[in-house]
Design a protein around this ligand. Structure first.
Ligand code: 6PG
Length: 244
């Protein structure tokens, strides 16, 4: 098994549990630092979690002035496009937390993918002061899991998952309609923590494969085990045989 796993009884409680763990992780970082970085994901399961965060953050007195938001990937569309991961976060999260605009580091999906990727990599390097080639250390990266084992926009049938040096790359594959821009595996695996949020029966088979084999070097199977926490509901976990 890769990392730790937490099973919630249903989708709604998964959303609440994941939101609380995210806020707890950010608060813990801010106990010892003035900044915390959170990388958001696209997808319906992450959206469910985002909608629970504002109230939990209010109750936990999380200071959003000290939190910086980034994205793990974006579709090659503008910020108001229905497909935009930024728009989804704006609707499900940003409107309810009063975070300064300067703390929001979105991917400019409206630009050509290669330009958007280079610009975003530059933004990350400026923020972390890592123009010298060192990898950034994000405090927490949120991911969903695709039924094909993709994470962010790193797909099994694409080349982006093989990238070993760049921080951000375009990622266009036949299995998705819209070209994407994605953080690369070296960046994701260099994070202090990774939460993968998985819900529903449709994900049960892929979750069993990723956690219990066979090892097909799927993107989700290439995560660094030390930092990964799987936050799943009972339906997604229903085919797991191992000790939970
Ligand atoms: C995206 C995400 C993608 C998503 C998974 C799971 O841009 O859509 O980066 O990796 O998280 O496909 O999505 P669901 O939770 O909606 O199944």
């Amino acid at each position: 098994m890769i990392g730790e796993i937490s099973v919630s009884p249903d989708r709604r409680s998964l959303g609440i549990t994941a939101a609380q763990l995210i806020v707890d992780r950010l608060r813990a970082k801010l106990n010892s630092d003035r900044k915390a970085t959170l990388v958001l994901s696209g997808g319906e399961t992450p959206r469910l979690v985002y909608s629970e965060i504002p109230e939990i953050a209010r109750r936990s007195d999380l200071d959003w002035n000290q939190v910086h938001l980034f994205w793990g990937d974006e579709r090659s569309v503008g910020p108001d496009d229905p497909e935009s991961n930024y728009r989804m976060a704006r609707e499900a999260l940003l409107g309810g937390i009063g975070i300064p605009g300067s703390n929001i580091h979105r991917i400019f999906g409206e630009l050509p993918p290669a330009t958007a990727a280079a610009n975003y990599a530059g933004e990350i390097e400026r923020f972390f002061g890592t123009r010298d080639g060192r990898l950034p250390v994000f405090d927490l990266v949120l991911l969903g899991l695709g039924v094909d084992g993709h994470i962010a926009s790193l797909f099994p049938d694409g080349t982006a998952v093989q990238e070993k040096h760049l921080l951000v790359v375009p990622s266009g594959v036949a299995s998705v309609r819209t070209e994407r821009i994605s953080l690369t595996l070296p960046v994701i695996n260099n994070a202090s923590g990774v939460f993968i949020i998985v819900s529903g029966l449709a994900k049960a088979r892929i979750l069993r494969t990723v956690l219990e084999g066979p090892d097909a070097a799927l993107p989700a199977q290439r995560l660094r085990p030390g930092s990964v926490t799987w936050l799943v509901d009972a339906e997604a976990a229903s085919l797991l045989k191992g000790a939970l």
